[in-house]
Write a protein that binds this ligand. Sequence first.
Ligand code: ARG
Length: 609
Amino acid sequence: LAGSVRAVASAVEAGPAVKTLSEASLQAQVEGFFARALADVAGEAKVMVAPADPRFGDYQCNNAMGLFKQSKKEGGKEGWKSPRDVGEAIKDALPAEASELFEEVNVAPQGFITVKLSPQWLHKQVAELFDHGLQLRSSMSQRIVIDYSSPNIAKEMHVGHLRSTILGDTMANLFEDLGHEVVRLNHVGDWGTQFGMLLEYMRREEALDGEASSMVVSDLQKFYRSAKEAFDEDDEFRKKAQTNVVELQSGADWARAAWNRICEASRKEFDTVYGRLQIRGLQERGESFYNKMLPGVVEELQEKGLVTESDGALCVFTKVSETPLIVQKADGGFGYDSTDCAAVQHRINEENANRVIYVIDNGQELHMRMVFSAAEQAGWLSGGARLDFMGFGLVQGQDGKKFKTRSGEVVRLRDLLDEAADRSEVELRKRAENANIVLDEDKERKLKQNAESIGVAAVKYFDLRQNRNSDYRFSYDSMLDPKGNTAVYVLYAYARIAGVLRRADFEIGTLSTTDLELTEAPERALALRLLRLPEVIAQVEDDLFPSRLVDHMYGLATDFSSFYTECPVVGSEQQKSRLRPLRLLLRELRLRDLALRDSSVQLLVNAIS
Ligand code: ARG
């Protein structure tokens, strides 16, 4: 199977055509025609084109209703009697070339104009895709900083960090493949007053001595809890902890060394998780990095007149909330707010980012919006930098409550991945047994590897397919369901395609594009789906919802499934021409994999090789 997948991949012609997203986007082409028609009918109007309900057409233009209402308000000089009249006017104003693209243009009573693409035109586009392949570039290459993952030192990474890591990494991969320069930043929580009490507690417990390598995060978590208790109860302890913060911030050797050891222990734990999730290129640039810059940033904000004193604290009031950002506390210390102000400035001015994306849980949205607003007021956005909050909802347990272990603890990410891998291992063993496969040492090792790949891919896919703003219930059963919208299902689709090609047993490369047919409905649907990738990517590039990409991939798999069931592909000479869409499909699955690099299809393919 792996052999045939590779053979197919290598049958792809050399050098794909490079196009920008807007050049390649079908929707953008349709929009272009409607924009010209609209300019004729209504002067300046923002064209509204969207994919249509497939029962009525492929795309629809939704401008008529709004134009009708507006015209009525302004006296109705155009003489339109209904939205339908407006729709008809737009339809009549479509440029002549549009007829090459559109087989049908229909106006509904409410004024919606639906278009159906002509089969000849679709055929031409798909044929071009076959012959030249396609490499997509962003219409404008940018320098993009993505702040993601960002766990906290001395604490376990939790499912929220898992979401941030998966979402951020997927976007970073996609942007890179589109030709952007991407800076992947891990804004770890490695600074703050909590280190004062942690150091104090550990000093008392003599936990700062001994082998650095023996310190593990679960111990740190325990220290952290006890330190917090002591801090709340014991005045003497609290005073010491506060002195420690000062010593750490001013760089006292003992404090620095102890802090380093704690960070090192946490890092080891994070790296195990990153390794399993195949996260690469993520640079650690934690809160401590910005420490030196904090006084300067506060000064700058003061000079710009943005700072108000309130009970001794220095505050920046923004347009988004009544509560201010606290840029310096009454005791002179700096906190989370100060650090994010310094970070946003650094990313724009020093990193020269055109766009900064924050992948953080929705609970921190207001905090980030205040920081964005402060950045704007401070004039840091005057160069045109764009700031995005890419928020996400909670991961819940099966009961809809906070995701916890049976004993009520935070679920450790390594345990979570272990469980997913263990469950796929059980499934794989069952299958091997049913197929009477004897597992020798080599096969045994492979099976374990595959179980890990499938487990991790299933977790990633399940997360990515959710609308990121919603909360979702974590369920191993749903994410490993071979019939659901899961990584496992896509694996099956992929394996089936590869299997069909292998059984077909002839050289696809020898077919010419004229052999390509798009006569049956499922063939047309599949072709159209393939051509829609650029518009989906363009949308994800803008609104940062990678679930659109997963929906597209899943749609591709189900379209393929209908195609495969309804159109025989192995048999007569003529039917063999249907293999061409299959080959394209395989290649497309690989394209999708660029965005979900190593996270779904590739992992799955590796898993079955
Ligand atoms: N460490 C924070 C947390 O665990 C996330 C940091 C997000 N990034 C930022 N620039 N504030 O909640």
